[in-house]
Design a protein around this ligand. Structure first.
Ligand SMILES: Nc1ncnc2c1ncn2[C@@H]1O[C@H](COP(=O)(O)OP(=O)(O)O)[C@@H](O)[C@H]1O
Ligand SMILES: Nc1ccn([C@@H]2O[C@H](COP(=O)(O)OP(=O)(O)O)[C@@H](O)[C@H]2O)c(=O)n1
Length: 217
């Protein structure tokens, strides 16, 4: 049985950072499911598929030509031969990802692709519905949170470090809107699985978060 550890939670809680560290420490594979929704949004934008065209969006999701290439500083995301690692991290792409992610046919189109990442010796799965829908049998499930203020502060620092523009008030507003959309949608809403451990990282360092999750494994 492949071991799966699911890390779900809202934007900026520290999921991506934690998952990379866990994957490295445990020697497990990594699934960044949010990247698949971001790629669907970016591809739809490139192909002029409107965000209310459910069938069109599902076709885009089903036909994503994507490669996750491990590099020294994380993972390079290649879409149809083009490096879109930075492009998919833009705030507007995150917002559009949240729109396409509310569409059940898109979620259906991505489900098997996500499950395919579960290979020996194990998988760290990062997202919103990893513990509730995609890997409900996972033995270790974490729901990572932090206050909206702290998450916006972290995102501003992250974007600035990547040389991108970042306005705190705008980012806080975007984070709160995306939280609301993700929590209130009918399809796979953002919520802790019943058997998830809820971890609030607001006043924890990255190392403290990592230690607490390692202790659960
Ligand atoms: N516990 C923490 N304390 C302070 N900063 C953190 C913590 N966890 C993550 N960060 C930083 O916050 C930013 C957002 O983290 P990220 O892992 O991308 O969040 P998510 O994947 O949940 O959106 C990153 O720059 C990361 O280094
Ligand atoms: N398993 C997942 C992962 C992401 N998503 C959607 O994709 C968007 C972008 O996810 P992400 O994990 O890349 O976002 P951040 O937490 O990095 O801001 C989220 O706001 C969700 O709407 C989802 O619906 N289900």
């Amino acid at each position: 049985m492949v071991k799966v550890i699911t890390i779900d939670g809202p934007s900026g809680a520290g999921k991506g950072t934690l998952c990379q560290l866990l994957a490295k420490q445990l020697g497990y594979h990594l699934l960044d499911s949010g990247a698949l929704y971001r790629l669907t949004a970016l591809s739809a934008e490139k192909q002029d598929v409107p965000f209310d065209d459910t069938e069109g969006l599902a076709r885009v999701a089903a036909s994503l030509d994507v490669e996750f290439r491990p590099v020294e500083k994380g993972v390079q995301v290649i879409l149809a031969g083009e490096d879109v690692s930075s492009a998919i991290r833009q705030e507007h792409v995150g917002m559009n990802a949240s729109k396409v992610a509310a569409c059940q046919p898109v979620r259906d189109a991505l489900l098997q692709r996500q499950r395919g990442f579960a290979e020996a010796p194990g998988l760290i799965a990062d997202g919103r519905d990893m513990g509730t829908v995609v890997f409900p049998e996972a033995k270790v499930k974490v729901f990572l949170t932090a206050s909206a203020d702290e998450r916006a502060r972290r995102r501003v620092m992250q974007l600035e470090q990547a040389g991108l523009d970042a306005d705190y008030a705008q980012i806080l507003q975007d984070i709160e809107l995306r939280d609301k959309q993700d929590r209130e949608r009918k399809s796979s809403p953002l919520k802790p699985a019943e058997d998830a451990v809820v971890l609030d990282s607001t006043s924890l360092t990255i190392q403290q978060v990592l230690d607490r999750v390692i202790a659960l494994t």
